[in-house]
Design a protein around this ligand. Structure first.
Ligand code: HAM
Length: 429
């Protein structure tokens, strides 16, 4: 007796993207490729799996990501500790060091794909999600920090998004952070009685992150804490002012959020986030900043760098909330046919139409005219091309418009000789 198989479901926090939804993914991906190309950024692709120590060292041992969110395992074949990438930056830097890219010249690069973090799933927070990651490697000046932010402003505009605002901060340099850290730890020690368990634990390992708390009982203490921004020296201030000046030139507004520290340890100087109120608790659509020490930390020749990553699920959710229209049609032309000969001719004509750049679906399987037209309509096609015995005898196809056109003189149905079909439809569809 065969046992019934218990249905397998997707893992918690890992979503399927079904065909109806993937139109908006593809549309976003196409927009993103054009946008990045227009600023001279080039695509690179790195493996999903890397050595665990790359992320532990790159992102920082005492971060939420490394401490509790990584999908790590021991490769049973060779005992290596491996991790599914929880972000792109460390892997991209590893690849640039490994292939000596940074010895020749700076690079503007980007990558897009899935990343993995074992977080508690909720709207906008998944265990497998997708990032558009952009890195400018080998550039020191504030001009590139500003370029990245201005680029993002252009993307939001292209996508028709208004409800997204920029928050900025500077994390200064290591010595400035050390001086601030001493002052901060003293402050935390003075307020030990209000610190929750997590804060007590982090107070000496990662005190900056204590200020990131959502715990209402700790807000007063956090508000009164010494601000890293006040510990910045003149060079760090000049860098920050240089970024802000260029943002002003480009008409990009920002707010200074001195509590913005980001969840990864590699940042210095500029950090920023683009945030919206339209997505509930997970409102950060994009985050990034400068990480001048990471390349050296991962074994490369010292070189400055800056970058950001956009969460694609959050960006798509925001596009939906903002009612950004996405082209949903499956094809331009739907071929309706009756009889074996008409079906063969439909397949041949469809190939010619595709040569002409049109997207074509030939009705497959049986179906009355009525059923086929219903499918044609559901496909979102602009026209149905109809072939039956009469059309074959006349050497012409009947063409029926399924959607309203801007042209009032356009008849609802017309007959077009097979030889003219590609030229005529290319012009009209
Ligand atoms: P991040 O802030 O950790 O930065 O992630 C970037 C973006 O990914 C977030 O702003 C958010 O939109 C999205 N995101 C993060 N976690 C989740 C999740 N669990 N579910 C859905 N979306 C999520 C980085 O990853 C840095 N590597 C960015 C960077 C690049 N910095 C310099 N270069």
């Amino acid at each position: 007796m065969t046992q019934t198989f218990k249905k397998v479901r997707a893992l918690t926090g890992m979503k399927d993207v079904l065909p109806d939804e993937s139109a908006s993914w593809e549309s976003l991906e196409a927009t993103v490729r054009d946008w990045l190309g227009s600023y001279g950024y080039r695509n690179m692709r790195t493996p999903v799996l890397e050595h665990t120590r790359l992320f532990a060292r790159g992102i920082g041992e005492v971060t939420d990501i490394v401490e509790k969110e990584m999908y790590s395992f021991t490769d049973a074949l060779n005992n290596e500790q491996l991790t599914m990438r929880p972000e792109f930056t460390a892997g991209m830097v590893r690849a640039c060091i490994e292939h000596n890219l940074l010895y020749e010249r700076p690079h503007r690069v980007w990558a897009m794909g899935p990343v993995f973090r074992h977080e508690k799933p909720q709207r906008g927070r998944y265990r497998q999600f997708h990032q558009i990651d952009v890195e400018a490697l080998g550039f020191a000046g504030p001009d590139i920090d500003a370029e990245l932010i201005i680029m993002l402003g252009r993307l939001w505009k292209t996508l028709g998004l208004n409800d997204i605002r920029l928050e900025m901060n500077s994390l200064g340099q290591a010595d400035e952070r050390a001086a601030h850290r001493d002052a901060l730890v003293r402050h935390l020690e003075r307020h030990k009685s209000v610190l929750d368990d997590e804060a007590q634990r982090r107070m000496h390992t990662n005190p900056l992150r204590v200020l990131d708390t959502k715990n209402p009982a700790m807000q007063e203490m956090a508000n009164a804490a010494p601000r890293l921004f006040d510990f910045l020296g003149s060079e760090s201030r000049a860098h920050f002012d240089g970024v802000c000046q260029r943002l002003a030139d480009a008409g990009i507004a920002y707010t200074l959020n001195t509590r913005l520290v980001r969840g990864l340890d590699y940042y210095n100087l500029t950090v920023f986030e683009w945030v919206t109120d339209r997505l509930g608790a997970q409102g950060t659509v994009c985050g990034g900043g400068r990480y001048d020490g990471l390349i050296e930390l991962l074994g490369g020749k010292p070189a400055p760098a800056v970058g950001f990553a956009i969460g694609m699920e959050r960006l798509l959710d925001l596009c939906t909330q903002s009612a950004v229209e996405v082209e949903q049609s499956e094809c331009d032309v739907y071929m309706v046919h009756q009889g074996a000969d008409a079906q063969r001719m439909a397949a041949q004509l469809a190939e010619r139409l595709r040569d002409g750049g049109l997207r074509v679906i030939v009705h497959a399987g049986p179906g009355s005219f009525k059923a086929q037209f219903k499918r044609a309509d559901g496909s979102g096609a602009r026209v149905a091309v109809i072939l039956a015995a009469d059309e074959l005898a006349a050497g012409s196809a009947s063409v029926k418009w399924l959607r309203a056109t801007d042209d009032d003189t356009q008849p609802q149905q017309e007959t077009i000789p097979f030889d003219c079909l590609v030229t005529e439809l290319k012009l009209k569809v």
